[in-house]
Design a binder for this molecule. Sequence first.
Ligand code: ATP
Ligand code: MG
Length: 180
Amino acid sequence: MYLKKVEIQGFKSFADKTEIKFNNDITAIVGPNGSGKSNITDAIRWVLGEQSIKNLRGGKMEDVIFSGTDKRRPLGFAEVTIFFDNQDGDIPMDYNEVAITRRIFRSGESEYYINKNSCRLKDIRELFMDTGIGKDGYSIIGQGRIDEILSNKPEDRRNIFEEAAGIIKYKSKKEEAERK
Ligand code: ATP
Ligand code: MG
């Protein structure tokens, strides 16, 4: 499974609908300071359910919506869709392509979709658990995270290995069952 494409519309500096395609090889995104490179990784974490606006480098969730420029009015909503190639079936769904969408309006609440079907954030979390792709997965390693991983307590570091080994899903199901 690999990330094929990211579609961003109205998210942070991406006012116009923008498509960023990836392939199986290495892709690097380069550009001047402030051109929106980090906004792309923010978009990927956001669509996977990031709820902490601090992690998205903003003050309130509304700050992810394009806030306008001298020449352009602010937009009313932000939407991000990421497309995974799932021909190897790593994502437990019977589809060769899996698309995850999140949309937010200025009024607040986020909407989530899996292959255009409305769903809960919980469904997305469960789908990606143990794939390494979740918002806290090891597939996105931000500035600072490397230090954190190296200096973490052993138990925290263990979480990363457990996700890679594919057992987090069972642990979290067990914890959920114990809470009931
Ligand atoms: P650097 O090389 O410094 O890390 P970068 O390419 O990673 O830069 P980003 O941090 O992705 O740059 O983008 C910052 C830009 O995004 C700033 O110009 C900021 O004004 C713009 N920006 C952030 N949020 C919004 C928003 N809601 N509406 C419009 N523009 C936004
Ligand atoms: Mg940056």
